[in-house]
Design a protein around this ligand. Sequence first.
Ligand code: CA
Length: 222
Amino acid sequence: MRLLIVEDDDLVADAIVRALNTASFNTLRVASAEAAQAALAGEEFALAVIDIGLPGADGLSLVRRLRSAGKAMPTLVLTARCTLNDKVKALDLGADDFLSKPFEAAELAARCRALVRRAGGALNGVITLNRMTADLHGKRLLIDEAEVELTAREWLILECLVRRIGMIVSKDKLLQEVASPGDITSNAIEVHISRLRAKLGDAAIIRSLRGLGYRLEEANPA
Ligand code: CA
């Protein structure tokens, strides 16, 4: 399936298309939210990369429309503004991830791979991230094909992050998923995260995003 690029600036669009083609993705580029909707009416896309600043309807209102139309396709929002508020707003509207301009081609490709992989991995329950494989049905973590022992809590946290690979998961969301109410504190989450990081080594990165939460990322994007 192709990736849909919604970007009105030709130079930026060319850079995005080049980065994604190099990463072996096929792309279709359009220059407005209206053109994006027309393309989406005729074809399924694996992912949409959407610029916020567009002529006509902006990128955030496109994301909102896609979500209210029930489109499950992941979206990555590109933003020239990068205040915490803008990011929170994009995620609240249903964007799966965002990237601030200017961005590195390798990072864009890595984020897109993660989002597409998450959408596909949700189907068969096995998600592979370079050297790391999480078997969600068997509840097993493999690094370089060797099983890594996790505590029940560590597994729940990892599972929560893996299911949303490339997306930001708030600390509250982690608390909801891994604990009964009042059972553990948000400080305890940090302790579990740091133990998980030690077990993952350099096979994958759990990035902390201040005020937002955590995001599982692949190590050393190619
Ligand atoms: Ca723009």
